[in-house]
Ligand binder design. Structure first.
Ligand SMILES: Nc1ncnc2c1ncn2[C@@H]1O[C@H](COP(=O)(O)OP(=O)(O)OP(=O)(O)O)[C@@H](O)[C@H]1O
Ligand SMILES: [Mg+2]
Length: 401
């Protein structure tokens, strides 16, 4: 659940049928809780409307509300807003009913019970503490919800992984004999060509059969490489190793090349470092992260008239970090999206195309490696959208053994 804008400070609602008291409450609490919006009302219906609009509201309710009872009103509020919190107040401190009423108020979910005359400063401190707790609880619940959805997504990925593994296996078997047959045919044709005296047959072999066979062998090799990348990507390994960034980029290239060509994009890879660039982490996760950023860059061109379309991956080092920049010359990312781009479920894509989890997972992977990722719109001689990943370089080679 995303927090509605402007709710960060928390709010409270004071409900009392004594309008003179409400005026004093307004003056005292506004001063003691500056910057926290307060709502003051003598009408229980209005308090219920507030409950409908804002689940984060903290209530301060007088138990005696004319012919109504504040404890019952709170009960109605929690039916609309189950996590609403309340501090009850009362002016009826004498009598034999007092003790029982206090007990009832607390057992019905009141977090506190305060007697009039109110010590405003003390009430304000209590309210502040409860507002913080409410924020904390909501934040925690939001995060649990997000994590749960991410786990479901990861689980779906794992299912896809199992499917891909069996497809890879099924495709691999015929591929092995196709390749063996092609190679035998190639040798046979080459032999026929040397032994054949007929110029017409030799021309046919040179111009049609041999180029055809060579192309087919090349095609099968490409399929094999693609299957290898799939296997590496979906292998359910959690092992950490030293990873060479150039090999990661090779895999990402194989996994994305179809869409890169389809969208007529030029993919350029620039390595500015003279030394090998190795980081420590899980290879599949890193492939997943870079593939996501590249896929996003490919998607960014869709429906635009941008020409020529370019994606550039630059590898460099800065101090003890690897700096990988993935840039594309697609349209600028608006400020609103840029501000939340790493938040889960932010997506501008159709439901079947994007979940909005990609970059949230990428950031988790980067953080897991001790690194981070930032996004920037760059405007010099050309417009660029850049995702910059900074990951600590792997130094201790002995650890990988
Ligand atoms: N290179 C980019 N250029 C323009 N917009 C981008 C770029 N990368 C990401 N975005 C924007 O950020 C949003 C979030 O990206 P993210 O990868 O998290 O999710 P997604 O691509 O929409 O879905 P998913 O990756 O889960 O399939 C995208 O929907 C898109 O609007
Ligand atoms: Mg994505």
């Amino acid at each position: 659940m995303k927090k509605p804008a402007g709710e960060e400070k928390g709010r409270y609602c004071v409900l009392d049928d004594d309008t003179a008291f409400l005026e004093v409450a307004r003056g005292q609490l506004s001063e003691a809780l500056p910057g926290v919006a307060g709502l003051f009302t003598a009408d229980p219906e209005v308090a219920l409307t507030y409950a409908r609009n804002d689940p984060r509201l903290l209530y301060v309710i007088d138990i005696r509300l004319g012919d109504k009872n504040g404890i019952d009103i709170y009960h109605d509020i929690t039916r609309i807003s189950p996590r609403a919190r309340v501090i009850f107040i009362t002016g009826d401190t004498g009598g034999i009913e007092y003790g029982r009423m206090r007990e009832k108020a607390l057992s019905r979910g009141g977090i506190d019970f305060i007697e009039k005359p109110i010590k405003w400063h003390e009430l304000a401190i209590k309210m502040q503490n409860h507002l913080k707790l409410i924020e904390y609880q909501f934040d925690l619940e939001d995060r649990v919800e997000e994590r749960t959805r991410m786990l479901i997504h990861a689980d779906r990925l794992a299912t896809v992984g199992t499917m891909v593994s069996s497809i890879v296996h099924e495709v691999n078997s015929p591929l092995t004999f196709i390749k063996a047959n092609q190679e035998t045919s190639l040798l046979a044709v080459q032999r026929i060509r040397t032994e054949c005296g007929d110029p017409e047959t030799r021309r046919l072999i040179d111009e049609t059969i041999l180029p055809g066979l060579t192309d087919s062998i090349q095609g099968v090799r490409q399929i094999e490489e693609l299957l290898r990348s799939f296997r590496r990507f979906y292998k359910q390994e959690k092992t950490l190793t030293a990873i060479d960034l150039l090999s990661i980029i090779d895999d990402v290239k194989t996994l994305t090349i179809y869409n890169i060509r389809k969208q007529a994009i030029t993919l350029n890879i620039v390595n500015r470092s003279r030394e090998p660039l190795e980081v420590w982490g899980n290879k599949q996760e890193l492939i997943q992260a870079v593939t996501n950023i590249v896929n996003n860059a490919i998607d960014a061109f869709e429906g635009t008239g941008v020409k020529p379309r370019r994606i550039e991956i630059t590898l460099d080092r800065s101090d003890d970090n690897l700096v990988m920049t993935i840039a594309n010359n697609g349209p600028k990312i608006t400020q609103e999206i840029a501000d939340n781009i790493f938040q889960p479920f932010l997506t501008t894509k159709s439901e079947e195309k994007g979940t909005g989890l990609g970059l949230a997972i990428v950031r988790q992977i980067m953080k897991g490696m001790g690194g981070d990722i930032v996004m920037r719109n760059k405007q010099d001689d050309r417009q660029l959208v850049e995702f910059v990943c900074t990951i600590p370089l792997y130094r201790d080679r002995k650890r990988s053994k």
